[in-house]
Design a binder for this molecule. Sequence first.
Ligand code: 8LH
Length: 465
Amino acid sequence: MAAMEEWAFPARYDQDYLPDPDSPYWFPVRETMDPAERDAAVLVRLREVMEYAYANSGFYRTKWDAAGLEPADITSFEAFEQVPVVTKAEMRESQANHPPFGDYTCVDRSEIHHIHGTSGTTGAPTAFALGRRDWEVIADNQARILWGMGVRPGDTVFVAALFSLYLGSWGAMTAAERLRCNVLPFGAGAQGMTARAVNWLARIRPAAFYATPSYALRLAEVAEKEKIDPREFGLKVMFFSGEPGASVPSVRRAIEDSFGATVIDCGTMAEMTPFMSASATAGTPDGMLLWQDIVWHEVCDPETFRTVPYGSEGTPVYTHLERTSQPMIRLASNDLTRWVMEDNPCGRTYPKLPDGVYGRIDDMIHIRGENVYPTEVDNYLRTVENYGGEHQIIVRRTGSMDEMIVRAECTLPDGQRSEFESSTGSGLQSFLGVRVTFESVDAQTLERAEHKSRRVVDEREHTRR
Ligand code: 8LH
């Protein structure tokens, strides 16, 4: 077997490299090799990354000393699964005790190239410090993944996501730059910006587009108001991250139908940038492949953090194989997914998340002994005629019982909605398998997301919200 291309730690990629224009792969060996051979190389790498982190970060040294393990012990994946996971709470604590970037940061402040952060409005934000060298490696890795999606040098990439603390937009932009695309860093979130985006898209006709799935649907609505058919934008590929949607069948279909483009799901977490390491490809456009030679993805039991067998559901746990500034080693995502290992039509030998990431464990609604994912409500409502495109899920405690109220927009005038309400309510109830109180409101009255949607209002006292 030929050697894995540019496989070294710390990583440094040839910045002039571009694949053969006819190749669907950026690195044919790394992407199509026997997975067992790739895993063997990854195991050696995991030890190297752990040695690096042990030598350069008080956080990991203390954590692993307490667990009684050291990097040299990692001689098998079973041993690696004993490495305790890192939680977001630990990172916040580390940053509080070792401000501003925490003692899991392994490089000097002078080497930091970008600072990003969590954008939540409550609680202390977490800062992401990305090294100069890491930034280059991130660009290279994600350019490779964009190549896999079918984006090519010279293509215009329209980035319609927030350009501030959010890493998604910056990650898409640097990747497109490395790929020698022309980038339109349009952004999102300012007053009137969506209507302007519609006009720019119609004028520039980019090949590729990046945003959150909710924002793409919002854009389609605004285009309709502006009397522009989004198909006229001529988009070839639309890639999405940040929230479930691109793998939710009816949401995916709605985007494909509106824009006439291939929809690609990607994304892990900001901490894990290059976050596109879970991504579909042009040849395998459904679900997400796990690019195991960029980030090591495990799908684990949420209690034990041991991997679950292929075919099973669990929570993703991520490990960087190439980052040196804030390497994440077994970062617990708190998300939910299912993984499989099968032949991928694109020829890449990576495992796959066939249904994407369905949502966060914290966002799952537990109602009368049943679990409901908010994305299931979305998936159902988008198949209903006269649905107005937005909804809210209210979870309330009445006495000792939990109650779920779904409030959905309807395009019919008030007074002509009784059939819509009764059939959608009962349809939703049988789709979810739980009792639902269903209400309708006028179309265009619920708030649209400019970034990630937040549709659940959980009024129960005992919940974390
Ligand atoms: C997703 C997905 C997806 C992210 N399907 N859920 O966009 C990628 C990065 C930059 C990002 O969004 O990071 P952030 O803000 O830390 O949020 C991470 C969470 O977002 C992740 O844990 C998931 O819950 C969600 N997410 N991409 C479903 N393709």
